[in-house]
Design a protein around this ligand. Structure first.
Ligand SMILES: [Zn+2]
Length: 55
């Protein structure tokens, strides 16, 4: 199941975020980075042309 939106914590504030790659059916993952901070990680399909261009 794809998840394209989530919430991240930045300095104690919870912010809704989302990302949809124009080139593939990406997933996103919320990664806790530490105390009160988490980031949005975008996971592209292996075949994504965007990924090929940005490696
Ligand atoms: Zn992509």
């Amino acid at each position: 199941m794809s998840v394209k939106t989530g919430r991240v914590n930045v300095r104690g504030k919870t912010i809704p975020v989302g990302y949809q790659c124009p080139d593939c059916d990406n997933d996103v993952r919320i990664v806790p980075m530490g105390e009160g901070v988490s980031v949005l990680q975008v996971i592209h399909d292996d075949t994504c042309p965007w990924l090929g261009k940005h490696k």
